[in-house]
Design a protein around this ligand. Structure first.
Ligand code: NAD
Length: 237
């Protein structure tokens, strides 16, 4: 891996061992809610209170969870390689707290809230920002309601130009903890493979797109990744 252009894409599975529940492992429910009821623009239109309370609970949960050895191993890998880009579908901040910098959050972030009028986002994690009542922005003269700074199902993921550019150019593409159900993230491995990259998977079980991986490591990311990273960073790795 040394000297190569490496891209890593993570999904909910990498945060599972930290105590944040994944999405597909639980019969299509996310924290006992149907995705259609809490993670779509339509849900926000029809029942914003339910959506807001769901995400405020997710935001409060961040202070109760810690990064696990898989997050730390990817930070170590990035420190040890010349060119590595980390893209995550996750909205938690566990990569950053595990030591990674410049993480591309393609589905948004829990720590920031977005003004519905201006589209500006701001980090809002004080106790007063974590309440179940709606909050207003600090950016408009007439303060407007803020929404979760999350890409809901049916919305365009963030930073796609940058993501396609780095995936197009990469020589190694690795996915950790993703079921291959959510597009366009699930397509990135196809693009990388078509461009001749070596593709690696670390996942608890074979995902939908397993056939696109050259190297498959099945198991818990927190158990497997530290050893794999040691091997890749060893002088001959
Ligand atoms: P997913 O929930 O659809 O799939 C998770 C995958 O991880 C599964 O294939 C599962 O077998 C695997 N997995 C579970 N535990 C694992 C472990 N310990 N080690 C390795 N693999 C493990 O996740 P997804 O593909 O990321 O898609 C879900 C969507 O929901 C994403 O867009 C994401 O934004 C959102 N989401 C985010 C979080 C988070 O931020 N932590 C949590 C739930 C859902």
């Amino acid at each position: 891996m040394q000297g190569k252009r490496v891209v890593v894409l993570t999904g909910a599975g990498i945060s599972a061992e930290s105590g944040i529940r994944t999405f597909r492992d639980n019969d299509g429910l996310w924290e006992n809610q149907r995705v259609e009821d809490v993670a779509t623009p339509r849900a926000w239109e029809v029942n914003p209170g339910r959506v807001w309370r769901f995400y405020q609970a997710r935001r409060r949960q961040l202070s109760e969870v810690e990064p696990n050895p898989a997050h730390e191993a990817l930070a170590e890998l990035s420190d040890g390689l010349e060119h590595m880009v980390l893209i995550t579908q996750n909205v938690d901040d566990l990569h950053e707290r595990g030591g990674s910098q410049d993480v591309i959050h393609m589905h948004g972030r829990l720590e920031t809230l977005r003004c519905e009028a201006s589209g500006r986002y701001e980090r809002r994690m004080k106790d007063s920002d974590l309440v179940d009542d709606f909050l207003e922005c600090d950016c408009c003269a007439d303060p407007q309601r803020v929404r979760p700074d999350i890409v809901w199902f049916g919305e365009m993921p963030m930073h796609m130009n940058e993501i396609y550019a780095v995936v197009d150019a990469c020589e190694v593409f690795m996915v950790v903890g993703s079921s291959g159900h959510v597009y366009p993230a699930a397509d990135l491995v196809h693009i990388a493979q078509a461009n001749g990259a070596h593709t690696i998977l670390v996942n608890a079980e074979p995902p939908l797109n397993v056939d696109y991986f050259d190297e498959v490591h099945l198991g818990m990311a927190g158990e497997l990744l530290p050893g794999l990273v040691q091997g890749w960073l060893a002088p001959s790795g």
